[in-house]
Design a binder for this molecule. Structure first.
Ligand code: ADP
Ligand code: ZN
Length: 630
């Protein structure tokens, strides 16, 4: 093929080389073939359809289930000087009709559509007037019931082939077992597709799985992990919104700043938090699984799970958000036996028998992953249909690669002697990033991050859209002084050089003449102290929940804990007088240890919160008695 693909890669994306498979996939699409791509997260799938769309003079229709991701991509493309638009439920009606008429004139290289939109007959009629080059189906595993993210809307995509028999279809996924892959080909009716499947083995990830005896051990390990990763970007996944908030507060008590992220936060707070994390203002983010879809942050050093995920695919995908820059990163799964019970409970409640069966299958696989003594990397490869030639990876807990923070006991004061192999990795782990970031002045990097935060705030776009982490690092390495130098920096194409070049050169110049990043102030007020202060001001629990942006039961739990530890005196006003007596009676009868038992022994109108508070006081009292009698 005579087309030079490196020229646009350099000019628009600012990259020197293709990643593995990218060039072959692009050529397959440009050649008009149906194409199926399985590539792990971070492999660089978007470029595979964006570049052919750019040089084909026609419009590529991209189907994606993730509204935020579509918008980010379209905005990034516009930043690069490539015309792109989005049609989904979040676009205002007037804008939609303008996009539709422009699209019919061929104004866009890429047009992002939601699957719901594509299912409408009027959309199909209109699409026939758009000069379509090809269809790209992102997250194609959503079409399969066997996958872990089945979306019924995706089933409509089966009609594409009949509606547009002469247009190539390219399917992309980061997560597909052999069965799901086959399903994608069948459902989309791909015709003699070219298949590109990249290995699922991500050798820079260290999988560490640990079944914790109880919540206390889990918390201790979480803190140990975060201390070992001080200064790194880390994602912590918690199973529920309440656990997200509790974890953030708990970490604050330990002096570790973290921000919460979950689906029930109002959109602005969520965006603000995501942005604070993306721009490295706060390094640790605690989220529910709602976080991460479409997150484009390459330099995440650890992903820590606080419960057992529903499936190995889900775990692989979430854990895989670490180390997208190829540097060593940790994936720690700190789970408890009760997680399995909870998963089983939810599966039991599934009505559809076939769906339930599939859920059990997934459950068995993830439990085997967590509990069997087989190499974690190997299990993942086998699950995704690969047969590795090696038996040991030396990058998981089973293969003796556990770090000290995981193996050392809290009370171990003497250094634990670790096997030589472990030390080797630990040393390599330290050295390797240093080698790769050789020549990167950390102060300059921080200075450029601050510059980037400023630009992002001014233009009201996410920081990574201004510039990726990898690009900032390359700036530190190459220290450009002219516009021509700038174009040699990875991730700076012509458009970016034009829009931000002068400002970057100016920032570098200021740094040379002595400017430094202003130290980040992170609020150091402890949640416990703040809560006690608010209580002493006479605030109600509801008010405190509102002020602290926490769920009511999270506030009550914290108060109860303070009472239990004797840091806060129980207040009669918290609970209607009669109720307190009732609860105390029940506690005398059944003990103060199990909430559920006490709750069952009481009338239904008495809440868990009330019980929790009275029980906390009872436990504190009996602890005091224990101390005296010792
Ligand atoms: P995926 O969709 O497979 O998860 P992305 O398309 O989001 O991956 O790409 C992951 C990261 O890799 C992005 O930051 C992207 O800009 C970067 N990237 C993609 N292709 C290249 C390349 N050829 N050279 C350098 N960086 C690349
Ligand atoms: Zn291993």
């Amino acid at each position: 093929m005579a087309i030079d693909l490196h020229e646009p890669l350099r000019r628009y994306w600012g990259y020197d080389d293709f990643r593995p498979l990218q060039e072959r996939i692009i050529k397959s699409i440009l050649g008009g073939f149906d194409t199926c791509v399985v590539m792990p997260t971070g492999g660089g799938k978007s470029l595979c359809y964006q570049l052919p769309a750019l040089i084909s003079n026609r419009t590529a229709i991209v189907i994606s289930p993730l509204i935020a991701l579509m918008q980010d991509q379209a905005a990034q493309l516009k930043e690069m000087g490539i015309s792109a638009a989005v049609l989904n439920s979040s676009v205002a009606w007037q804008d939609q009709s303008s996009v539709m008429s422009k699209a019919a004139q061929g104004a866009y290289r890429l047009l992002y559509l939601s699957p719901e939109r594509l299912a409408k007959p009027e959309t199909i009629a209109w699409l026939h007037r758009v000069p379509i080059g090809f269809f790209a189906i992102d997250e194609a595993h959503c079409i399969s019931e066997w996958g872990h993210e089945f979306r019924p809307e995706y089933r409509q995509l089966s009609n594409l082939r009949a509606g547009f028999p002469d247009k190539p279809i390219a399917a992309f996924t980061a997560s597909a077992t052999r069965r799901v892959r086959q399903d994608i080909l069948t459902q989309l009716q791909l015709h003699e597709p070219h298949k590109y499947i990249q290995s699922f083995h991500r050798s820079n990830l260290r999988y560490l799985v640990k079944q914790c005896e109880n919540g206390r051990e889990q918390s201790r390990l979480l803190v140990a992990a975060l201390r070992a990763h001080a200064g790194d970007n880390v994602i912590v996944y918690a199973p529920t919104i309440a656990r997200v908030e509790e974890t953030v507060d708990f970490l604050a008590e330990k002096g570790i700043a973290a921000i919460p992220y979950h689906a029930k936060m109002d959109t602005r707070a969520r965006q603000r938090n995501q942005e604070r994390w993306m721009s490295d203002e706060v390094r640790v983010l605690v989220g529910t699984i709602a976080f991460g879809l479409g997150i484009n942050k390459a330099a995440v050093r650890a992903v820590i799970h606080l419960s057992l995920p529903k499936s190995l695919e889900q775990y692989y995908q979430e854990a895989g958000r670490s180390g997208r820059d190829g540097l060593p990163s940790d994936c720690a799964l700190l789970w408890q036996k009760k997680d399995a019970g909870l998963l089983a409970h939810f599966i039991d409640a599934i009505v559809d028998r076939e769906e339930q069966q599939r859920a059990w299958d997934r459950y068995r696989v993830i439990r085997r992953f967590a509990e069997s003594g087989a190499c974690r990397h190997r299990q993942i490869c086998l699950h995704f249909g690969e047969t590795p030639k090696w038996e040991r990876c030396d990058m998981c807990d089973i293969c003796d690669a556990s770090p000290a923070w995981l193996t050392d006991k809290a009370d171990a004061t003497l250094a634990v002697e670790r096997p030589a192999r472990v030390r080797k990795w630990a040393d390599a782990g330290r050295r390797q990033p240093a080698e790769i970031s050789a020549g990167v002045d950390p102060d300059l990097l921080e200075y450029l991050r601050e510059w980037r935060r400023g630009v992002a705030q001014r233009d009201n776009i996410p920081a990574f859209m201004v510039m990726h982490d990898a690009t900032l690092e390359d700036l530190c390495r190459k220290l450009p002084r002219t516009q021509a130098d700038l174009l040699r920096v990875s991730g700076i194409g012509e458009r970016k050089a034009a829009s931000h070049g002068a400002a970057i050169l100016f920032a570098l110049e200021s740094y040379r003449s002595g400017s430094r990043a202003t130290a980040r102030e992170e609020s150091k007020v402890s949640p416990a102290e703040e809560t006690m202060r608010l209580l002493s001001e006479g605030r109600t629990f509801e008010e405190i929940a509102q002020i602290r942006e926490r769920r009511l039961n999270v506030v009550i739990d914290l108060v109860a804990e303070l009472v239990e530890r004797g840091r806060l005196a129980f207040n009669e006003k918290w609970i209607p007088p009669g109720r307190r007596m009732q609860i105390e009676d029940a506690i005398n009868r059944v003990g103060s240890q199990r909430m559920k038992t006490i709750k069952d022994a009481l009338p239904p109108e008495i809440t868990y919160g009330e019980i929790r508070l009275v029980a906390a006081q009872a436990r504190h009292g009996s602890a005091a008695v224990d101390r005296e009698s010792q």
